[in-house]
Design a protein around this ligand. Structure first.
Ligand SMILES: CC(C)(COP(=O)(O)OP(=O)(O)OC[C@H]1O[C@@H](n2cnc3c(N)ncnc32)[C@H](O)[C@@H]1OP(=O)(O)O)[C@@H](O)C(=O)NCCC(=O)NCCS
Length: 192
């Protein structure tokens, strides 16, 4: 899959650990092109040919029945939704017009994929992350989405667990460190 972002050229995604992962790592060693596998570290690590290495393991989470809900109001913040086509963005804005939280959802048939959920450090634990998630869930439901999925950080996992999301599988990322690329000394760290 082509990504074309500064820290990631593309990515390979596998639904489980198996021979295709082993064959791929034996035949290619491109940095900035991670392999992502819905499997645990212990299942993926033995399949990796050097210089491939495990970069991180994050939880993949799902919400099998998305539902519309009231988005609570937080004093001093407004919530905005923008976007066209199948990608929608929600953000929380202060009354001085600073964007202090946000996230996006991509709609693929009846599945909504939530991504890049964040709250500025100075505004955390004020329910803004919850509000962004509920806002995105509402627009996804309005657009016909039934199920939700995402890959979470540790903090994200705690947030999503309070909103009815459950861990579905570990999601392991393997990379080729940049140090193995000619002319480079920087180690790659691709996005989730
Ligand atoms: C994860 C993140 C978006 C949470 O945003 P937030 O606005 O602080 O979240 P909320 O205030 O809505 O949190 C609601 C509840 O979720 C849980 N929660 C949220 N962040 C948590 C954390 N860091 N640790 C433990 N629980 C957490 C708590 O139960 C919290 O309720 P409480 O404050 O009454 O205890 C924010 O910490 C963040 O931007 N982190 C860095 C980027 C990131 O990891 N994004 C997630 C990508 S998957």
């Amino acid at each position: 899959m082509q990504v074309d972002e500064p820290d990631q050229i593309g990515r390979y995604v596998f639904p489980n650990a198996g021979e295709p992962v082993r064959r791929l790592t034996a035949s290619t060693s491109l940095a900035l092109t991670p392999i992502k596998v819905c499997a645990a570290r212990d299942e993926v690590a033995p399949l990796l040919a050097p210089p491939w290495m495990i970069d991180r393991v994050l939880p993949m989470m799902t919400k099998p029945a998305l539902e519309a809900s009231e988005t609570s109001t937080a004093e001093g913040y407004a919530t905005l939704v923008a976007g066209a086509g199948d990608v929608l963005i929600a953000m929380a804005v202060t009354n001085t017009h600073d964007i202090v939280a946000g996230g996006r959802v991509a709609l693929i048939d009846d599945v909504a994929v939530f991504d890049q959920i964040w709250t500025h450090e100075a505004h955390r634990r004020r329910r803004l992350g919850s509000r962004v998630m509920r806002t995105l869930e509402n627009v996804a439901v309005q657009r016909g989405a039934i199920r939700g999925m995402l890959v979470a950080t540790e903090a994200g996992c705690s947030l999503y667990s309070t909103l009815g999301w459950r861990v579905y599988a570990p999601y392991t990322t393997a990379i080729v460190p940049m140090i193995n690329q000619p002319g480079s000394t920087v180690r790659s760290s691709p996005a989730p």
